[in-house]
Design a protein around this ligand. Structure first.
Ligand SMILES: *Cc1c(COP(=O)(O)O)cnc(C)c1O
Length: 427
């Protein structure tokens, strides 16, 4: 399959180019030239299937035969090697727990897959590949761990100084090997801009091989569509059509993946995009005008994004029309106070512990579900990743899983820089 740029449908690239470039030369985002609609046989086959099985059946349409099917199958099985269960929270709302991977956040899914696809293309020898990742917390750890030890690939993680939690920071600053962490003077948007400027620099981009592991890379967001199918695989078929899928959103990569699943025929009722105080998207749905804003720091910090990088993709799927989007997607914004109250209330009533991001998702379903509807929210991170915050709201301790404790015992190594791409040690 070929992939076109959201800035110009005539600008297309093959899989390898699109994956290694990340961003199209005209600065648009790559989209698949066609989105296959899955046939009845697929839906009959789906119930009870694993992530690996579904991943192969769905993603082969985009990645094969550029990657031979047998190799691709092995890559998919290896990338999706942890459970993603649907867990009932109350009568009407369930949680899709995406935090059972190595760094306890959903970004493990996309990052592990992307690392394997890139390693496959990197095997062709030649120059080192530099992966640039701006992170507001979880991308950095998922990408760094996904790529750790992959030959001929160097990972550069940029994060805003003082604005990620200690646990998040430890997950990408303690690894060493092919991973370098840069502590940037600034906020997340400064990190994201620095990465974009590096890509746009004519000298750097011709002399070096640079690519992105942010959700602008199609091999990161496309595999995330798998867990939407996997969620349906776990619930009775009679309930599929009443499901409302709620996605806590920041850069909107995750919900884009859900919308791709929907375009492929996933028979759910509708989507909710839940956001924190950064509310460009709900305001866009209201006014039809897209107005990026500086990001606001919140307790759901992985969603502190003032100009969602995947907005262009969401828009593309609906021909740029807010009216069309509104038929399928609603969107709500929650303050830190509301997020905290939700964590407290859900724990007290049901015993379930939400992390601050999942709490935004729960709150939006609680407020928006109509008669007869059921909701699944994406629980995008383990509450222990935001231990201090969550404990304050539940008045109890959150246990730290062993794989997280391992990171906490490591020593932080990072390079302090200004928001300037010249400070990056590109290979
Ligand atoms: C990245 C992240 C999000 C937001 O996902 P997007 O794809 O950027 O919309 C939500 N929750 C957590 C925990 C995250 O790490």
């Amino acid at each position: 399959m070929r992939f076109y740029s959201t800035n110009n449908r005539q600008h297309t690239a093959d899989l390898k180019t699109a994956v290694l470039k990340g961003l199209a030369p005209d600065k648009g985002l790559y989209m698949p030239e066609s989105i296959p609609v899955l046939d009845q046989k697929f839906w009959d086959w789906l119930p009870g299937r694993s992530m690996g099985e579904i991943g192969f059946e769905v993603l082969k349409h985009y990645f094969c035969p550029d990657i031979p099917e047998d190799k691709f199958k092995a890559m998919v099985e290896d990338a999706f090697n942890f459970p993603i269960p649907v867990v009932k929270v109350d009568d009407r709302i369930s949680s899709l727990e995406l935090f059972h991977g190595p760094t306890l956040a959903f970004k493990d899914v996309g990052a592990r897959f992307l690392a394997r696809v890139m390693a496959y293309f990197a095997d062709f020898g030649g120059r080192p590949i530099n992966v640039l990742a701006a992170t507001s917390g979880d991308t950095g750890s998922a990408v760094a761990n996904g790529f750790l030890g992959v030959k001929n690939v160097y990972v550069h993680v940029l994060y805003p100084s003082g604005l990620v939690s200690e646990i998040q920071e430890k997950q990408f600053t303690t690894l060493g090997q092919n991973v370098t962490a840069y502590e940037v003077d600034g906020v997340f948007d400064d990190c994201q801009r620095t990465v974009k400027e590096a890509f746009m620099d004519p000298k750097l981009s011709t002399e070096k091989v640079l690519t992105s592991a942010n959700s602008i890379n199609l091999a990161r967001f496309l595999p995330q569509s798998i867990y939407y199918f996997h969620a349906l695989a776990q619930i009775p078929r009679s309930e599929w059509e009443n499901q409302v899928i709620c996605v806590p959103s920041g850069n909107f990569g995750d919900i884009t993946a859900g919308l791709i699943a929907w375009k492929m025929g996933m028979p759910v009722k509708r989507f909710v995009a839940a956001v924190n105080a950064n509310k460009v998207f709900p305001e866009f749905l209201k006014s039809g005008i897209y107005k990026p804003a500086p990001s606001i720091a919140t307790i759901a910090n992985a969603m502190d994004v003032g100009d969602p990088s995947n907005f262009a993709r969401v828009s593309e799927l609906f021909g740029g029309s807010a009216e069309e989007m509104k038929k399928l997607i609603s969107s709500f914004s929650y303050s830190d106070k509301q997020i905290g109250d939700t964590i407290t209330e859900v724990k007290k009533r049901t015993g379930y512990i939400c992390d601050p991001h999942g709490a935004v998702g729960y709150a939006a379903l609680r407020d928006d579900l109509k008669e007869g509807e059921h909701g699944i929210f994406l629980e995008t991170a383990h509450p222990a990743k935001f231990k201090a915050t969550v404990e304050k709201f539940i008045g109890d301790t959150v246990e730290i899983p062993a794989r997280l404790q391992k990171f906490m015992d490591g020593t932080k190594q990072s390079i302090r820089i200004k928001a300037d791409f010249n400070a990056l040690q590109i290979k």
